[in-house]
Design a protein around this ligand. Sequence first.
Ligand code: GLU
Length: 467
Amino acid sequence: MSQVRLRFAPSPTGYLHVGGARTALFNWLLARKLGGTFVLRIEDTDVARSTQESVDAILQGMEWLGLDWDEGPFYQSDNFPLYKEHVDRLLAEGKAYKCYCSSEELEAKREKALAEGRKPKYDGTCRKLETDVPGKPFVVRFKAPLDGVTAFDDLIKGPISFENSELDDLIIQRSDGTPTYNFVVVVDDASMGITTVIRGDDHVNNTPRQILLYQALGSPVPRFAHVPMILGSDKTRLSKRHGATSVMAYRDMGFLPEAMINYLVRLGWSHGDEEIFSREELIEKFTIEAVGRSAGVFNTDKLLWLNAHYIKSGDPERLATLLLPFLADRGVDPSMGGPALPTVVRTLQERAKTMLELADGAVFYYTPLPLFDDEAIAKHVKPETAGYLQSLATALETAADFNHDAVEVVFKEVCAGLGIKMGQIGPAVRIALCGGTVSPSIYEVMEVLGRDESCRRLSRAIARFSA
Ligand code: GLU
């Protein structure tokens, strides 16, 4: 059995868009599932719009998502001699012809057709020329069949067909000698032996023209799967108006790559009513035929829900590593002292929906003097509070053990001794330890901070509360 070969072929004119990332993901999944090859090809023939910065951004996005490629990246700009060779071959075989019509002539014909209510289409003037016109600039046009039908069975959309009479004699080489987009895609997919083309459905109309080119070149026609686009909440095509569309912007907003992968695959593909898929499960269960025909609507709440799931169930060591840049943004470097970061992560991962929340929650552990939240103090600190905290601090200093359970016992004993409820002291202790009243369980926080640091923070708060 011959091997499947798939490719992702981004144009480097911007960052990696979530729609592009999903196309890359579907290709990658199918390649991994079928033990095939995943090729990365950079479509940079539009020299004016392509930038190295954009290539780097796309590669960075692919790497962050863990979509590794087996071959490439190949650059179309390296292939100009190959394209030229194929244009010359089609000319020599009479399957393409030089067209000398000037843009003014073409424009006049176009206007005439429109005025007469006909669809504007190249009228084939130069198709009949038998000799070259030396010295005159020309484009090369593909000699498309004048009748018949070009059809294909799209793996997602089902059978699609176009009347050949609707298709123009496509320009395959411009007057400056550069090849055009539809032509280079075919030459590349043919020479790279691509067996299945999965791409956005904005390319459906290109497909019949490309099929005719494969046939003219004598190359096998690949199978096609056109993926429906991604819409924003108002059902128009997803764009910056709806929020971030760059994959890396989601990393910066604190999303994990596994949440993004899980979210993107479900945006258009389903397997029963399952929502959570590990990478291995996706490779096992993914099929292109199960991709839906209708456009998916990007839903940030669902992405957040998945992200919370992956943070909650994530390995604390790994989350700690991913958290470092977010902490650095907050001026925190855990290697300078303080509790071990994975331990801190364990106390916070249950509740954090994003890595930003996780980082915000971790800051107080590494801040020797957390800033007191004055509003919280006004609300929770009464004249008698400093005294209560003093009793607690004294008991904690001499407690035999200092872990979650031991601290809890001390708390309860102190409250019983003072004849107060936990609620009369808990919020103030939180303020003392963390600066404010939002934190994981106080017992957990104390265990992680350790006895010395917990008592130091209590003393500092006692001084402040009694002032
Ligand atoms: N370079 C094209 C794009 O970015 C993809 C073309 C294709 O996949 O055939 O939309």
